[in-house]
Design a protein around this ligand. Structure first.
Ligand SMILES: C[S@@+](CC[C@H](N)C(=O)[O-])C[C@H]1O[C@@H](n2cnc3c(N)ncnc32)[C@H](O)[C@@H]1O
Length: 211
C-alpha cells in the first residue's frame, strides 16, 4: 500500500502521463505494474500509445551523429505499444524490441510477425556485452525508477554493458535530468552526455549518452 501511494505521488509530482495514474489506481501498483496484468487491461482499450508524445521520425532528425542504418544493431527497450516499432520497421532499421510483458510481446508478434520482439527485463538482460550500436528507450527507465533509484541504476548499467564502446543510448525521460529526482543516467561513466532539445513539447527531456 505504501508503494502504491508513493507511485501515485511521484506520478502527480512529475507530470507522469495520466494513463499511468489511472493504471496504478486500477492495478494498485504491485510488482506486476508493467506485467501481463497491466498490458491485458491496456490492450483491451487501445492497440497503440505513444508515451510522452514523441514521434520517432521527428525525434531522430534531432539526434546528431548516430548511425541507425544496417549493419548497426539497435535495441529498443520497453517498446510497449509505441508507434516507434512500426516507424523503425518502415525505415529498415535492424532493431530488437524488448518488453517485460509476455502478453504484450505475444500481441506484438501477432501484429508484426517479421520483427524481432522479445520478452526481456532491462534490469537483467540476456544479451552478451558490447553487442548493440544504439539503445533507445522512452519512458522505460522512468517506469523502472518508480520501483526505486537503485533499480533504475541497475537498468542503466545493463544498457551500458550491452552497448559497444562508442555506442549510444538515446533516452527520453521525465525523471533523469541533473535537477530531477531520478539522476539514474549518471550511474555509469559515459564518455559524453548531451541534452537533446525535444522537437515536440513534452514533460520529458531527451539525452544522448555515449559509452
Ligand atoms: C511508460 S511505458 C513506455 C512504453 C513505450 N516505450 C512508449 O514510449 O510508448 C514503459 C514500458 O516499459 C516496459 N517495462 C517496464 N519495466 C520493464 C523492465 N524491467 N524491463 C523491460 N521493460 C519494462 C513496460 O511494459 C512499458 O512498455
Amino acid at each position: 500500500m505504501l508503494r502504491s501511494w508513493l507511485c501515485v505521488a511521484l506520478a502527480f509530482s512529475s507530470s507522469w502521463p495520466s494513463k499511468l495514474i489511472v493504471a496504478f489506481a486500477t492495478q494498485n501498483c504491485t510488482a506486476d505494474d508493467w506485467g501481463d496484468k497491466y498490458w491485458e487491461w491496456e490492450l483491451e482499450r487501445s492497440q497503440e500509445h505513444e508515451w510522452y508524445g514523441q514521434n520517432w521520425e521527428t525525434l531522430v532528425k534531432h539526434i546528431p551523429d548516430i548511425s541507425l542504418a544496417p549493419p548497426s544493431r539497435i535495441l529498443h527497450v520497453g517498446c510497449g505499444t509505441s508507434p516507434w516499432v512500426s516507424s523503425m520497421a518502415s525505415q529498415g532499421i535492424n532493431v530488437t524490441h524488448i518488453d517485460i510483458s509476455p502478453a504484450l510481446v505475444s500481441k506484438l508478434r501477432q501484429r508484426f510477425p517479421s520483427l524481432d520482439i522479445q520478452v526481456a527485463d532491462v534490469t537483467s538482460l540476456q544479451f552478451e556485452s558490447d553487442v548493440f550500436d544504439v539503445v533507445v528507450e522512452k519512458g522505460t527507465l522512468d517506469a523502472v525508477f518508480l520501483a526505486g533509484l537503485a533499480l533504475a541504476e541497475v537498468a542503466v548499467k545493463e544498457l551500458f554493458r550491452v552497448l559497444h564502446p562508442g555506442g549510444s543510448l538515446v533516452s527520453v525521460t521525465g525523471y533523469a535530468g541533473p535537477n530531477q529526482e531520478g539522476p539514474f543516467l549518471g550511474a555509469v561513466a559515459w564518455s559524453s552526455q548531451t541534452f537533446l532539445p525535444l522537437p515536440t513539447s513534452s514533460t520529458a527531456d531527451a539525452y544522448l549518452c555515449t559509452k
